[in-house]
Design a protein around this ligand. Structure first.
Ligand code: ADE
Ligand code: ZN
Length: 323
């Protein structure tokens, strides 16, 4: 039923989009062992901390410009086959540098894959540089400074991922000031591993137009009203939230509650193969849970495109594809 619906996602970590199959191929190329974090065709982890180990293990096997071109093209062609017309990927120069690649080779490789997927399917993609919270405020500020130089035309936003329980949002406010002053779109992971206070701090100190996850704001009704009133868009990733055990099943997930409270909600896959997900499966899961019809599902895509960190002419073309 959802197959024909045009889709968009705003929240996908490119290293987290590498399938176990592709990571095994990379491991063969570099003579590496993946048995610590992949078994059969699945990643192995049981909580967020172990998830990060698997994520970093996979990322360490993308070491060249060509490797990143292959990763971006494979991911984008996969979601284009599910009728996705737009994606924003989180890109982490810290992961590239840890794998021995310069940030410019990393961005160029990703951009090559983006161009190849656009040529073969028409899908549009932009990149959001993220700082990694648990690496500390200095590293996040360095990522923001790099982003502020506008190192590639497809880089249009800045965000922060990683362990939300590390430090306070205020510690990272300076990084976001740098990125905002450079005219980049701003998003931040909050309200995933930590509760409403983390979301409130993000709104107060970072003033993002979008929040990654934000679902745990539902533990505070006044905060949900504030998010709705301020028009802040939530990048909701239900499959990720279920896999990380924030909620026991989709019927208990707050996506529909947030929508009914007037919050602008969108759908994304986060780190799809880690969560047995894809943007197509996210749309199907919420349609099955709450009976949305094609018009309502397309509405989530419209909200994503309206909130996208993209130039206005391209936004208009993408929105035109929904008619
Ligand atoms: N990095 C990759 N996936 C993440 C998630 N779900 N939360 C925070 N940081 C991440
Ligand atoms: Zn995320």
């Amino acid at each position: 039923m959802t197959g024909n619906v045009k889709k968009a996602e705003l929240h996908c970590h490119i290293e987290g989009a590498a399938s176990p199959e592709l990571v095994r191929q990379q491991a063969r190329k570099y003579g590496a062992d993946v048995s610590g974090f992949i078994s059969g065709d699945s990643y192995i982890w049981s909580d967020f901390t172990e998830f990060l180990v698997a994520y970093d293990g996979a990322a360490a096997l993308f070491r060249s410009q060509d490797d990143y071109a292959l990763l971006a093209r494979t991911y984008l062609e996969g979601i284009a086959a599910e009728n996705a017309i737009y994606s924003e990927i989180f890109v982490s120069p810290d992961h590239a540098v840890a794998a021995g690649l310069s940030p410019s080779a990393y961005f160029d490789g990703l951009a090559e894959g983006i161009a190849q997927a656009k040529a073969s399917t028409g899908i549009e993609c932009r990149m959001i540089i993220v700082g990694i919270r648990h690496l500390g405020a200095e590293k996040v500020e360095a990522a923001a400074r790099l982003a502020s130089t506008r190192p590639h035309p497809l880089i249009t936003g800045f965000g922060m991922a990683g362990e939300e329980r590390f430090g306070k949002v205020a510690d990272f406010a300076g990084a976001f000031d740098i990125a905002r002053d450079a005219g980049l779109g701003i998003t931040i992971h909050a309200g995933e591993l930590a509760g409403p206070d983390s979301v409130r701090d993000a709104l107060d100190h970072v003033r993002p137009s979008r929040i990654g996850h934000g679902v745990r704001a539902t533990e505070d009704e006044a905060l949900v009203r504030r998010i709705a009133d301020e028009g802040v868009v939530l990048e909701v990733c239900p499959g990720s939230n279920l896999a990380l055990k924030l909620y026991p099943d989709i019927s208990r997930h707050p996506f529909d509650r947030l929508r009914r409270a007037g919050v602008k909600v969108t759908l994304s896959s986060d780190d799809p193969p880690h969560f047995a997900s894809s943007i197509g499966r996210e749309y199907q899961m919420v349609a099955d849970a709450w009976g949305y019809d094609a018009a309502e599902l397309t509405g989530f895509t419209r909200t994503s495109l309206e909130a996208a960190f993209i130039d206005e002419p391209t936004r208009a073309i993408l929105l035109g594809q929904l008619d």
